[in-house]
Design a protein around this ligand. Sequence first.
Ligand code: AMP
Ligand code: MG
Length: 516
Amino acid sequence: MNDIFSQDITSNFTSNLRADSSLVNEPRQVYNSFYSYVYTKTPFNPELIHHAEEFIKELGVEIQDIDYFTQVMSGAKPIEGFKSFSMCYGGHQFGSWAGQLGDGRAINIAEFDINNKNWSFQLKGAGPTPYSRTADGLAVLRSSVREYLCSEAMHYLGVPTTRALSLVKTGDAVTRDVLYDGHPEDEDGAIVCRVAPSFIRFGNFEIFSIRKDYDNLKKLLDYTITQHYSHLGVPSKETYIEFFREVVVKTKEMIIHWQRVGFVHGVMNTDNMSILGLTIDYGPYGWLEDYDPSWTPNTTDSYQKRYRYESQGNVGLWNLIQLAKSIYPLIEDAAPLQKILNDYEKEYASDYHKMICSKLGLYRVEDVSENFIKELKMNLVNSEIDMTIFFRELCSISSDDFDKFYEGVLKSSYKDEDDKSSWQKFYTKYSELITNENDNKREEKMKLVNPKYVLRNYMAHLATQDLKKGNSNTLNELYTLLLNPYDEQPELEKWYEKRPAWAKTKVGCSMLSCSS
Ligand code: AMP
Ligand code: MG
């Protein structure tokens, strides 16, 4: 097998699109260019904490020199033949245009052709760039553990996502004020290498459009279509519209997956929306535990709750509208774009319905009323039931056993007799629906869409706590666990538990700040 670094370097992005002519690595506005060349910072004492063996196998390569791998993944050594760079993009943050953002702490260190697929490799936390604004370009261990584990967990859950290849500690101290309350502390610096066919975001288009730089906007769109949507043919107004349609569909599918597994992204700004419909930028994300549709893990959003679980589909649409506005000057015809956006709304509703029915093991979706789903959700909210455990336990319930359902699925979550009678009502209808389905593969099928294991925030927190003591057992165990989230894995069943009481109010376990 070939070494990961002996692959053909492609440099498609940099050879097709214009570089910033300045090499000054200081925060500044960058015009008329798509990226800036920048070197990674030399780490003090790099240490490889983990690498994603399974992903490396999937790529069909191997690591032949682990020391060299560590050097590259920590930014200590460049990949020969590749000039590292950071991308220029803008974005709408929490509904307002935020101007130029860009890769403030992401540096692309390679673009390889690996077994006929193009992959970009990017280090997150490897030092400042012209896009770092007032921040340091670095990342800390706790947020890097979260991004590393979650990228891979999402992939094995079947959710489109950027991947993670490695996690290193840099040996440098990084200062963070986690609660933004004037108590900064030194933390371990860390770097994740993330990998994707492309890291282009909605914001890459927005920045040119808002600056009325339509020439470069067109270059970016033509490049994106040629490289990543080549099946659409030679770029033209028609292909731009088809391109938009595909981005809309991919984005919708991604968000429906999020809803299925209970993932809340937390910062759905347009700079965090991938043009390939991949989940990108794992910051203050979280997993729905007690079923609360109005929950967001992000403390910065705790008042407005713009990015709460139940809003993700709508926010996806809002973000797609921004993308449509950005590319409109190249199309100059609003009707087809509007039609695609209208379709998103309709299709989102019906895909969502199908998805929630599949979680219930129901495939005659037209027999399942909106009201039935609404009542189920109300019961889940009222009884404060853990989403993952509820749906997983439901897989093994038979149609005529309310007691088993009541004791087994709801456990001690129900509160009073009113609650019980609401559940009884739901169950009577549910029994009828599953009897009608008459599906002897129901349990098996349900277990393919209802994961047993997700990365609850306290789990990544425990992995970080152990790493701080020099122990990587928890990280290793979680990595292994999350490779097969739909399997029973009885030896690791301790992770199939509601968040422990201590974690409910602990910083980094329930709510998260953007500090990372
Ligand atoms: P996020 O909300 O994490 O996607 O970040 C929004 C913007 O802030 C992006 O342009 C990031 O690159 C930038 N950013 C976040 N943290 C840092 C940091 N520590 N240093 C430099 N830029 C950062
Ligand atoms: Mg971001």
